[in-house]
Design a protein. Structure first.
Length: 70
């Protein structure tokens, strides 16, 4: 299971970067360029990021709760 995120502002472009949470770095890293990353707290507290649980090629949108983390 992975936790992935997209920035909703990127949806207006022809490509939309996907970020995946890395427990090793405690950051969401861009899949296509791991040098681009955001701290876990930044992504999970920003309403402009959508979070998904990805398991067995099925993506499920996660609901954010300000008081909890994923």
């Amino acid at each position: 299971m992975e936790i992935r995120a997209i920035f909703i502002g990127d949806i207006s472009f022809s490509e939309c970067p996907v970020f995946e949470y890395s427990a090793t770095t405690n950051q969401y890293e861009m899949l296509s360029d791991r040098m681009v990353a955001y701290d876990k707290e930044v992504v999970e507290q920003d309403d402009d990021f959508l979070l998904f649980r990805v398991e067995a090629d099925v993506a499920t949108l996660l609901t954010k709760a300000r008081s909890s983390t994923f």
